[in-house]
Ligand binder design. Structure first.
Ligand SMILES: Cc1ncc(COP(=O)(O)O)c(C=O)c1O
Length: 462
């Protein structure tokens, strides 16, 4: 085996480039006896034949079971410390009517951050009381609609919003529960976290201003204060960042209790998932136990009751459930220096259906879906079909070296922030989302057609 010098140091040379790492693929993904990828009993070839490529395939039982596991783990962990937990699904990761229903069925609340996301959750039949509303610039119409449907919580993100939400609540004749988003100065990403006195970012208000701002909230009879909110980042694998944010928030939380009730503390989302075989996500039971320890010991140190803790995971619930299938179109062996060849495998989608690698260098893994092969593993780069050289979907992984045009390739863990960040760049229609379960497939979001793409262009009428 000769190692390609272009391989990144983190990427192990695989024993078998057909292997599906259990930590990365959805729970019901496997290969059948012929070597083909099957997801929840539906073969890749059946999916491609019926729905075309690119296509997002969501393993429904996987998504539902992760939602239930998170809720049950947090319920159990917080019951153990004499409190309770509220789990919101962060709809920004991927929201459709069906997905919203799976989350509601699993006993989760849903967190939305725009009028559009609110509309989807309501269309799914969500009661307003099971929704939370976020955002650093909610419009007056969004606030009015949210208050009007009896939304369970609005996360106030700036001082200006206090009056806006209070006014909407007065007009609707209700008392609106609100949280206050704090910029805790803790920022976590993957294996590192950074803690500063203040963070230079658009969300929330600085911790030092919290007492004043909460006093302003409490001065409005049309508002009721639920507690502080913090979200420290995404794709987090360690709990220290959450612990540091909780410590910082707790000091203020305790101070706020002198002026009235503070029943809840919201610690946001951001739990990491495995995108490649080297990523190791924390088991959800461990995250829940750690959160309960952090919060109960923080409360004990201050001599205050353990608050109800709210969390808002998105990626950890929906991310691992989905696999995107693409068809290989062209292949080029590019001689990068005198010895090293990088195999560029171009697919029929790209940054329009998964912008994460181009946007922030995210890594993914890839496998051939329609067959296995005993050919030697070759280092590949999976490139999209868009007019940007940065249009890469997988920077580096190994595939059997006989990968060929017409093969179907599968990229796992594409459930979060792929469809929701999709675009029509180069006038590609956005792919459909197909839910698979117990051997059956159904469309939950249809493919965008050329008619959809032209439908908003009024050029022929003007
Ligand atoms: C306020 C807030 N809550 C929750 C989330 C969900 O994060 P994740 O999907 O990484 O769990 C985000 C993501 O950006 C967020 O901004």
């Amino acid at each position: 085996m000769s190692v390609n010098p272009l391989a990144p140091s983190w990427l192990p040379h695989p024993d078998d480039a057909n292997d599906l790492a259990a930590t990365v693929w959805s729970k019901n993904a496997a290969r059948d006896a012929s070597g083909e990828l099957v997801i929840a009993g539906v073969t890749a070839s059946e999916l491609v034949e019926n729905y075309g490529t690119p296509v997002y395939v969501v393993d429904e039982a996987d998504a539902r079971s992760r939602a239930i596991a998170i809720r049950e783990s947090f319920d159990a962990a917080f019951a153990n410390v004499g409190s309770a937990a509220k789990v919101y699904y962060a709809g920004k990761a991927f929201l459709s009517i069906q997905v919203a229903r799976w989350m509601l069925d699993a006993g989760l609340n849903i967190d939305v951050c725009s009028g559009g996301e609110l509309a989807v959750a309501l269309a799914a039949g969500a009661e307003g009381s099971r929704l939370g509303f976020h955002g650093n610039n909610k419009s007056l119409d969004e606030i009015d609609r949210a208050v009007g449907v009896g939304i369970g919580a609005i996360v106030i993100d700036s001082v200006i919003e206090i009056e806006r939400v209070a006014d909407a609540a007065r007009r609707h004749g209700v008392v609106q529960p609100v949280r206050l988003r704090i910029n805790s100065g803790v920022h976590a990403s993957t294996h590192e976290y950074l803690a500063t006195a203040r963070e230079d970012q658009k969300f929330g208000i600085p911790l030092v201003d919290a007492a004043d701002v909460v006093a302003q909230i409490r001065s409005h009879e049309s508002l009721s204060f639920l507690g502080l909110h913090s979200h420290i980042g995404s794709q987090i694998f360690e709990s220290e960042g959450f612990a540091e944010a909780a410590r910082r928030l707790f000091a203020v939380h305790a101070e706020l209790l002198a002026g009235g009730p503070v029943p809840e503390l919201n610690l946001g989302g951001g739990f990491g998932i495995a995108y490649t075989s080297v990523d190791q996500a924390l088991p959800v039971e461990e995250i829940a136990t750690r959160f309960a320890e952090i919060v109960s010991s923080g409360a004990a140190a201050l001599g205050i009751p353990v608050p109800v803790v709210a969390i808002e995971p998105g990626r950890a619930i929906i991310g691992p459930s989905t696999t995107t299938l693409y068809t290989v179109g062209t292949i080029k062996d590019v001689l990068v220096d005198s010895e090293a060849v990088r195999k560029y495998v171009s697919i029929d989608g790209g940054m329009s259906d998964n912008v994460r690698p181009a946007l922030y260098g995210a890594d993914y893994s890839v496998r051939i879906a329609n067959r296995t092969s005993s050919a030697d593993a070759a280092l590949v780069r999976i490139a999209g079909k868009h007019c940007e050289s940065g249009d890469i979907v997988v920077h580096a992984d190994y595939l059997p070296g006989d990968v060929t045009p017409g093969d179907v390739v599968a990229i796992p863990a594409t459930g979060a922030y792929c469809w929701s960040l999709a675009s029509n760049y180069n006038y590609l229609g956005r792919p459909p989302v197909i839910a698979v379960r117990d051997g059956a497939a159904r469309v939950i979001v249809r493919r965008e057609t050329e008619a959809d793409l032209l439908g908003r262009d009024t050029g022929l009428e003007s």
